[in-house]
Design a protein around this ligand. Sequence first.
Ligand code: APR
Length: 396
Amino acid sequence: MPVSERTRILIVGAGPAGLVLGNLLRAADITCVIVERQSRAHVEQRGRAGFLAPDVVRVLDENGLAKGLHAAGQLHGTCAFRGEHGQFELNYGELGQRQVHTVYPQQQLVADLIAEFLDRGGDIRFGTTVTAMHGLDGDSPSIDCRETDGRTYRISGEYAAGCDGQHGVALRQMPAGAAQGFRRYHGVTWLAILAQAPPSMTAVTYAVHDRGFAGHMARSATVTRYYLQVPRGEAPGDWSDARIWDELGTRMRTGEYGPLREGPILERATVDLSSAVSVPMQYGRLFLAGDAAGLISPSAAKGANLAIVTARTLAVALTDALARDDQRGLARYSDACLPRMWHAQEFSHWMVNLLHGPAADGEDAAFMRLLQRARLVSLRDLRSHQDYFAENYVGI
Ligand code: APR
C-alpha cells in the first residue's frame, strides 16, 4: 500500500493515554494523528472507573485539561470494609500523605479530552482501525488504516505511539527477542454490575465473605457500580437481577447493616483480574503507553491514572526529541515508567489478596482465609498499616 499521508506522530487509540498524549503534543505545536477504531459516541459513553489521583489531576490541570473535572468531579477520601470482623471505615484523606481522589467518570474525561484536542486543531479519525504497522525499526514508521466503509490508506510519521490497550495492534509488534511480556491471572473473576439504583452507602465499600468478595462504588445519584467475585468462566446471563441482589445482600451482610437500594441491572459482564507489563515499553520508534504498556487489575482503580502519567512522560520525551533535538527522554522512557508501574502492580496485588479469599477449600484454604482476616484486622487497628494503605491507594 503506498503512503498517502504524512504526519509527525502516529497515535493508535483514543482512550485516556492516546488523548492526553495528543493534547500535549498539540500544545507543543507538534502534528499528530489519532486513529481510533470505535465511533466517537462509543468512546464517549464507555462507562469505566473514574478515581483520579491528585498527581494525575495536577498533570491534567497543568496542561489545561481539567476544566470539566473541576466543575463536576467529587472529592472522595473514605472507604469502608465489611466482614466477619465487623465494619470499619478508613478516612484515607486523613492518613498517609492526606490525599483524596477526584471521582470523575472516565467517559466524561474522554469526552473533554476529545473536545480539547479538536479545539487545539487535532486530527482524529474515529471508526478507523489500524490493521498493521511497518518500519518501526527504521526512521519512518507507518500504519495501515481501514475505515468502516472498507477504504484503506497508509500514514507515515517520525514516531508511533501504541495507546490501543492490551488487545490492540501495537503490542503485537514487540518482537519476542526485544521485549518480554510479563503477565499474571490473579485467580479471581468479577461480575461487574451497573445498577440503575442510588448508592446504598456513602463510601466505597469492600465486603469480604466466605462466599467471595462484593464491592459497592457510587457512580452518580441514580447509578451504582457493584462487583461480585464469581467462578471463572461463569456466564453473565446466568445472573438474573434477583440472583445478583440476593448474593450482594448476603455478602454485604444486609441483615446487620441494612438493606441495599435495589433497581434494574443495566450491565453485567465478567472480568478476569489480570495484570501484564511489557519490558521494555518500546521497540525502535514504537512507544507503548497506557494499558498497552501495562495492564493492571482493577482492584485499586489505577488503570486510567497510569495511562495518563505514562502518556505525559512520553509527550515530554517526544517534544524534547522533535522540538529540541534531545533524544534522552525517549532513550529513558521505559526506565522512567517501569518503577512506577511495578509499584502500582505490587499494591494492586496486595489489594487482590486483601479482598479475596482462596478459590478452593481444604486445609491450605482455611489457613489463607485466616491470614486474610488477620490482614483486615491489622488494617482496622494499626496506624502504620492504614498509612501504607492510604499512601498507595491514592498515590501513583
Ligand atoms: N486501531 C485503532 N484503535 C484501536 C485498535 C486498533 N487496531 N485497537 C484498539 N483500539 C482503541 C480502542 O478502541 C480503545 O478506544 O484503543 C483504545 C484504547 O483505549 P483504552 O482501552 O481506554 O486504553 P488506555 O488509553 O490505555 O486507558 C487505560 O482505560 O482500559 C481502561 O480502565 C482502563 O483505566 C484504564 C484505561
